[in-house]
Ligand binder design. Sequence first.
Ligand code: SF4
Length: 339
Amino acid sequence: MIPLNGGDLHINWQKELARAFTTPDALLDYLGIDPAPWRPGLEARRLFPMRVPRPFADKMRPGDIHDPLLRQVLPLGEEFAEVPGFVADPLEEHDSALPGLLHKYRSRVLLVLRGGCAVNCRYCFRRHFPYADNSPGREGWREALDYIAAHPEINEVILSGGDPLMAKDEQIATLLDALEGIPHLRRLRIHSRLPVVIPARLTGALKTRLADSRLQPVLVLHINHANEVDDILADTLQDWRRAGITLLNQSVLLAGINDDAEVLEALSERLFEAGVLPYYLHQLDRVQGAAHFLVGDDRARTLMARLLARLPGFLVPRLVREIGGEASKTPLDLGLEPR
Ligand code: SF4
């Protein structure tokens, strides 16, 4: 049972971060898998460090190298492949308006609150992002807030990263104080995968601060498979939803992990049980080192057609692709009427 105030849950989230697995051998040993057959490929952690918190590892099936959660985080030899069209900066983000601020869409700005993540997903489109050059520092935050205040067309701030929930509750509250003072802002959106890998990050203090805000709070989770939502996470998310925080999910379509209609259907059902609406299903961003996760557009369309036949429309996420420089995400035309 989850304490309603988030009580004990939040005490340990930073300890969980500190004891995350950072080597494939340690993680595979924990799961009872012999690393020897996978050894050369595991060196791909040198391309992008490995990081896997224990609560996420606890949702994996012991002894199964093909577990869909493990495959998202385990470095593999395929990452060394150089595939034409797969580049370091697929969304052309590396030049931002100001350090820590991306103004990609007219009415929304993205603030890169924290460079790091609690988990390193092998398919991440920001695996080569130069976070060090985008760390604003104290003066930079002032400039970012001035920028938002000077652009009345901006009505929504998206806290992103890395993972913005790597920031402490007090830091988020301080930023929120400042954002609430900008009259044209209406919404605060937080994009995070941290609650999925360490559910204790959803502290009671953070829930209360967001629920009390003048800005409408939206938490967009990143969940790719139903097995990522255990009962602890589901109960906590229900509690956040009851507090008035809108919960959405975005997934990435990943070969060998969720490119199956039954798997995607189970994900949508599980999300809804937890009070979360499926929002986007992203086609993979073509980042160097992740080509083996790609699902072709034709297969993606077939999967969506099957999902539409199985689920009510509100449980079917929109299949989209992000294209660098475009003013919004681009939906993939399915050639079908939603039910
Ligand atoms: S949590 Fe998100 S930003 Fe962080 S590594 Fe995973 S996909 Fe990338």
